[in-house]
Design a protein around this ligand. Structure first.
Ligand code: A2P
Length: 307
């Protein structure tokens, strides 16, 4: 899997088609999708046209997508995967992830009340995982993994998994370096992907906290960017890649796509990395509070298991 990928969360229909075409022309080969982003159809059209017009072959691409929380029961998993494949106009995915360790009732996109949830006792993740394994057997996806999983939850999966998870995609950036989780996943041979590597400034106001710190404007990152003569976004991307972690900055702008791709050419010095390490303060932009509504059976603390 190419370490650098294109994120597509928050990329609107009407703009994502051209962003995908442009990213492939620039050289991106890894695209991170999810059914809940509600843009897979348009991405599929762009992938189809890029292959048809000879910009790239299917084999050169790495396409990830994710199972939404409302289809975690064993018999439910294959259907949304097939819908994703149809939307993306693909025969197989490279990687399919369980999006969250949270279960919603059938047909619920986003919950309106606690009654919209199943607990992890009702629908254990190991059950969902068995269905994910069946997706590999059916050759609908080459690899399977998880997203937003704690050490404890991965540990539980590993106890019964026939196929060990091959990815954990989590929020990660200098304010949330996730050193414990990185050490654990690396000890288990599980690669990681960093989402929201730029701090996701384009999230809807309703899921933002007050006075969020800005990564793109952070004084330490700015100073390091100045010494390299590059942008702060490029430093943030280079930092993840230097740790051997896949990173999926989202952009729908051709200049910024090019900039993000070129971040692969930046080498951080030991001093840069020490300065960036000192920024870690376990700050999450995506807290997951939307899963902890009253009566849901979930709490933010249990979601991350103290991580
Ligand atoms: P845009 O899509 O207009 O380029 P994240 O990947 O952390 O979710 O952050 C995505 C946000 O960062 C989007 O608002 C995106 O805007 C912006 N962004 C992406 N690349 C850059 C860049 N190189 N410089 C500044 N902002 C960027």
């Amino acid at each position: 899997m190419p370490l650098l990928g294109l994120g597509t969360w928050k990329s609107d229909t009407g703009e994502i088609y051209e962003a995908i075409r442009e990213s492939i022309r620039i050289g991106f080969r890894h695209i991170d999708c999810a059914a809940i982003y509600a843009n897979e159809k348009e991405i599929g059209q762009a992938l189809h046209d890029a292959v048809e017009e000879g910009d790239v072959t299917r084999e050169e691409l790495w396409i990830t997508s994710k199972l939404w929380n409302n289809s975690h029961k064993k018999e439910q998993v294959m259907l949304p995967l097939q819908k994703t494949l149809n939307d993306l106009q693909l025969d197989y995915l490279d990687l399919y992830l369980i999006h969250w360790p949270v279960v919603l009732k059938e047909g619920i996109g986003f919950p309106a009340s606690g009654a919209d949830f199943y607990t992890l006792d009702d629908v254990p993740t190991v059950e969902t995982w068995q269905a994910m394994e069946a997706c590999v057997d059916a050759q609908k996806t080459r690899h399977i993994g998880v997203s937003n999983f704690s050490i404890k939850k991965i540990d539980t999966l590993l106890q019964t998994a026939r196929i060990a998870p091959e990815m954990n995609q989590v929020e990660m950036h200098p304010l949330l370096a996730q050193n414990k989780l990185v050490a654990y996943c690396q000890s288990q041979g599980i690669p990681l992907t960093a989402y929201s590597p730029l701090g996701s400034p384009d999230r809807a106001a309703i899921i933002k906290q007050e006075n969020e710190p800005s990564l793109l404007e952070h004084p330490v990152i700015k100073e390091i960017a100045n010494t390299h003569g590059c942008s702060t976004a490029q430093i943030l991307i280079a930092w993840a890649m230097d740790r051997g972690i896949s990173v999926i900055p989202k952009s729908v702008n051709s200049g910024r796509l090019r900039q993000n791709y070129d971040a692969q050419n930046i080498s951080l010095t030991r001093e840069d990395k020490e300065r960036i390490s000192s920024m870690d303060r376990h700050y999450r932009y995506v807290v997951g509070a939307f899963w902890a509504m009253e009566g849901s059976g979930y709490t933010v603390e249990e979601l991350w298991d103290g991580l």
